[in-house]
Design a protein around this ligand. Structure first.
Ligand code: MG
Length: 124
């Protein structure tokens, strides 16, 4: 995978996700970070070669639901896979995100194994 976008309002969580990607042996050349959906959309605009998005659901400014809704107006599920990273009990929000065009989801706390199985269809 060339370029991955990680969208989460917690900088600690963004670092954890990057570490778990490494632990899951998912090779990523370049990671772009964004703290909310607004920053995520801007990052996609300036990095059209981003090939995969991992997005938190609960964020200020623009949450993961509105982020998915927005990016799907210009990029299809095939063109840009989006995996939601959600907390336990966020099931309803995840369902909404999936209806709006997210490709999958992984629940926090996640393991290298759960990350790998969520991303495997999209990173080979
Ligand atoms: Mg959050």
């Amino acid at each position: 995978m060339n370029k991955v976008l990680i969208v989460d309002d917690s900088s600690t969580m963004r670092k954890i996700i990057q570490r778990v990607l490494r632990q899951a042996d998912i090779a990523v050349d370049n990671v772009i970070e964004a703290a909310n959906g607004v920053e995520g959309l801007a990052a996609l605009e300036s990095n059209p070669d981003i090939g995969l998005v991992l997005s938190d659901v609960n964020m200020p400014e623009m949450n993961g639901i509105d982020f998915v809704r927005n990016l799907r107006t210009t990029r299809t599920k095939e063109a840009l896979p989006v995996i939601m990273v959600t907390t336990e009990g966020g099931g309803e929000m995840v369902n909404t995100a999936m209806e709006l065009g997210a490709n999958g989801y992984v629940c926090k706390p996640f393991t290298p194994e759960s990350i790998r199985s969520a991303l495997e269809p999209f990173v080979s």
